[in-house]
Design a protein around this ligand. Structure first.
Ligand code: PLP
Length: 412
């Protein structure tokens, strides 16, 4: 396949120049960064926005009458509108800035404490990240609701007939990730949302792994809550967003008390601010919020269709090369998956391979990927995970495959 022809407008070498870190050497070797599912790298365009903020208009927002505060407030609120537009939310006040996916999930789980009772049921998928399991277990402990698990099959796909069978009038919430960080499976969230709604259950989708690869339309999905982290979408750490349907955000109580989230405070009674401020107590990550918008601008300028198409090529190229290696076992072979490959080779411990790859400048993730239940399903302690973004190349995959073969020789 001719890449250049396929992507007239998508030139990976030009794109790579935007990422200063990709020029780095690690242990004397050019960096090959394949740990994108843990965090993505940041382009100069976004770094510039961060430098500009602290160099020129750093101020606290929503409070000051002075010019700097107004500039910062405007930029922060414009960023919220960018995010609204990107996800096609009906209102900008349905976008709540959070510190990331974990914060967004905890905000919703905490809010539902007052809405659930003994006998209610919560469904969670077997493919979840710990951050989409533990807050719901804590919610169940607080409320007496019961947590049930939608099982997966050997390919790493959710078994939808089992999901159908679990749904009933007591089901109040369903939590599922859009894409599994451990296996790359794209879950059929359209189906899950529609079925859950038929029983009156609300659905929260963890979009931490989907947002780097596709552009979700929250109105079309008709999803109740959608969460993600900017650091997996070329933005900085410590910032993310929770999308919630207006009716749900109005129904949930505030998550934290403090400045910014109130309308009026007396010692007798406090009234809460309108959305979105009700959920944004304290001084927010102003710079992060602005940089989040800049990261979306950057990715949209490249285009999510081009990104998805290119990443699928990387995925099938790497899958083909890995499959040729003796003793190779790839976990997660769903028909619909993104550019994440989890694997083991023979009985070699993933950590040993990861350590040798690092010596050769290659960053992969080893371990359980915050998804221990998936590892338990396959009865393994962990995997090696290579995850690609649009700035990776087939040449890097070749370097990785050669290094992997060397590591296997050294360890067997
Ligand atoms: C990374 C990730 C999270 C956690 O995101 P944070 O930024 O650490 O809060 C949750 N779910 C999935 C699927 C992830 O990939």
């Amino acid at each position: 396949m001719n890449l250049v022809k396929e992507h007239a407008a998508f030139d990976v070498e030009t794109i790579r120049k935007d990422f200063p870190i990709l020029k780095r050497k690690i242990n004397g070797k050019p960096l090959v960064y394949f740990d994108n599912a843990a965090t993505s790298q940041t382009p100069q365009q976004v770094i510039d926005v961060i430098v500009d903020y602290y160099s020129n208009y750093n101020a606290n927002i929503h409070r000051g009458v002075h010019s700097l505060s107004q500039e910062a407030t405007d930029a922060y609120e414009q960023s919220r509108q960018k995010i609204q537009k990107h996800f096609n939310a009906a209102h900008s006040h349905e976008i709540i800035f959070t510190s990331g996916t974990t914060h967004g999930i905890n905000l919703v789980a905490s809010g539902f404490s007052s809405l659930l009772k003994v006998g209610d049921e919560i469904l969670v998928s077997a493919l979840e990240h710990h951050s989409n399991i533990v807050p719901w277990q804590m919610l169940c402990e607080r409320t007496g609701a019961e947590l049930k698990v939608i099982p997966m099959n050997e390919a790493g796909e959710l078994i939808l007939s089992e999901f159908d069978a679990l749904l009933n009038e007591n089901t109040k919430l369903v939590f599922v990730n859009h894409i599994s960080n451990a296996l790359g499976t794209i879950n059929p969230i359209e189906y899950i949302i529609e079925k859950a709604h038929a029983y009156g259950a609300a659905v929260l989708v963890d979009g931490a792994q989907s947002c780097p690869h596709l552009k979700p339309d929250v109105q079309k999905l008709n999803v109740d809550f959608y969460v993600c982290s900017a650091h997996k979408i070329c933005g900085p750490t410590g910032i993310g967003m929770l999308y919630g349907k207006e009716k749900w955000l109005k129904a949930l109580p505030p998550y934290q008390g403090g400045g910014e989230m109130i309308a009026e405070v007396t010692f007798e009674k406090t009234s809460y601010a309108d959305l979105p401020h009700k959920f944004e107590a304290g001084t927010p990550n102003v710079c992060g919020g602005i940089a989040f918008g800049a990261a979306l601008d950057y990715m949209n300028a490249i285009g999510f269709n081009a990104i998805a198409k290119y990443e699928q090529e990387l995925l099938s190229y790497a899958t083909g090369k890995l499959s040729e290696i003796e003793g190779m076992k790839i976990y997660g072979t769903a028909k619909e998956k993104t550019s994440v490959i989890s694997f083991n080779v023979g009985n070699i411990h993933p950590y040993d391979i990861g350590t040798i790859l690092d010596k050769m400048g290659i960053a992969v993730r080893t371990g359980h990927h915050c998804a221990q239940p998936i590892m338990d399903y396959y009865q393994i302690p962990g995997t090696i995970r290579a995850s690609f973004m649009f700035y990776n190349t087939k040449e890097e995959i070749d370097v990785f495959i050669a290094a992997l073969k060397k590591a296997i020789m050294m360890l067997s």
